[in-house]
Ligand binder design. Sequence first.
Ligand SMILES: NC(=O)c1ccc[n+]([C@@H]2O[C@H](COP(=O)([O-])OP(=O)(O)OC[C@H]3O[C@@H](n4cnc5c(N)ncnc54)[C@H](OP(=O)(O)O)[C@@H]3O)[C@@H](O)[C@H]2O)c1
Length: 236
Amino acid sequence: MPSVLITGANRGLGLEHTRQYLTKGWEVLACCRTPSQAEELNTLADEYMSLEIYELDVIDHDAIEQLATLLAGRKIDVLLNNAGILGADLTQGLQHQTLSDMSYEIWRELLEVNVLAPFKMISEFQQHVASSDMKIILMMSSSLGSISGNTVGGVHGYRTTKASLNMLTKGLAAELEPSGITIFSMAPGWCKTDMGTDLADVEVTHSVAGQQRVISEIQFSDSGSWFDYNGDLLSW
Ligand SMILES: NC(=O)c1ccc[n+]([C@@H]2O[C@H](COP(=O)([O-])OP(=O)(O)OC[C@H]3O[C@@H](n4cnc5c(N)ncnc54)[C@H](OP(=O)(O)O)[C@@H]3O)[C@@H](O)[C@H]2O)c1
């Protein structure tokens, strides 16, 4: 059975990916910051032997290295770099990320979680992925990271991190090519999660089903590209 490692698997899109892959019979290595409080994951673990839960704060590089060592020799078909933060509460408006009101503390945290962490995950887990059958890395991006689509400004902290993530997708595609790894960015749509809030227009189950279809159909020649959850190719 194929295996997937998911960061930020305790809620939102990560949790739904966990659920849907378990239903498909996949082995799921679900990472989260506080396993003891991850109630839904623990309930799923009671039902599925193929679910393993690992503690991982993705800004902790030592912890990433330790997990990679613990899992040395394990094949990981799909590395799903999902954990991310918006740095704001959408229901309160996107405060502290504008020209007149910027929190540099929040911006630094955004960079740590949304950019440096996925890079570190890839640097530590590339062998696990390269030794698998599918050899896929998904970078959970956002349409807010589109440069061509940014016509209104604002949300600079989050936008720059997702644009950076997309740049990593493009650059790492070239570096990972000899390993046979396919890496691509995903725009999941505006989803009803804690981050997206109930104002969002896409159901989490629908987005994740679409994303998993894209993962199952992705080709090596697609490496370094950006797709939405419907499988449509996006421009940067
Ligand atoms: N929802 C949307 O509309 C939307 C749209 C575009 C892109 N995205 C992207 O999709 C991804 C998932 O978003 P979501 O909507 O599912 O958000 P969410 O419901 O807020 O969940 C975020 C997940 O990331 C985890 N996380 C945050 N910081 C972490 C850290 N330092 N270490 C480990 N895990 C950490 C959270 O864990 P804790 O529970 O411990 O905080 C949680 O599991 C993100 O990359 C986001 O940018 C979402």
